[in-house]
Design a protein around this ligand. Structure first.
Ligand code: CA
Ligand code: CA
Length: 149
């Protein structure tokens, strides 16, 4: 599922610029904010770890509470997609499950980054339907992929 060479594979430089471009594109159509965070290990429950990262990345501070985090633990091959309460109040768990499944399939078929970008597009479309861009929309959260320090 994940490569072994690099502890953060397949999130290399090229992959990160593709992801950043997908996030920027998705955010043109919504006030929502999407982030990708990558850690090496996750021995705990992946949803709890994702929620902790969500907080520590300041993602609960968007005005409309519409941040979405795609969280990856490369070495333990776990990932999760979670949203803030603004978007969670609207979409059901089924939506996140579908997005996670999409990424899982991509990792299984050797096209992980394409799948991550597809999931970003999917989340962007969902956000866009409920959270159109604001006037003078701000980029409240950076589009760069972040890594565990
Ligand atoms: Ca924004
Ligand atoms: Ca952003």
């Amino acid at each position: 599922m994940f490569g072994k060479k690099d502890k953060y594979a397949p999130f290399d430089k090229e992959a990160c610029s593709k992801i950043e471009a997908s996030i920027a594109q998705a955010e043109e159509k919504t006030s929502g904010e999407i982030r990708v965070h990558v850690v090496e290990r996750c021995r705990e429950n992946v949803l709890e770890s994702a929620a902790m990262a969500f907080d520590s990345l300041g993602m609960a501070k968007t005005k409309l509470r519409n941040g979405v985090l795609l969280f990856f633990a490369t070495q333990d091959r776990k990932f999760a997609i979670i949203g803030d309460q603004g978007i969670n109040d609207i979409v059901g768990q089924g939506f996140w499950d579908d997005a996670v499944e999409m990424v899982e399939r991509g990792f299984g078929s050797g096209k992980p980054i394409e799948a991550v970008c597809d999931a970003i597009r999917l989340c962007g479309e969902k956000l866009s339907a409920h959270f159109p861009p604001q006037e003078n929309d701000e980029d409240e959260l950076p589009n760069q992929v972040s890594f565990q320090k």
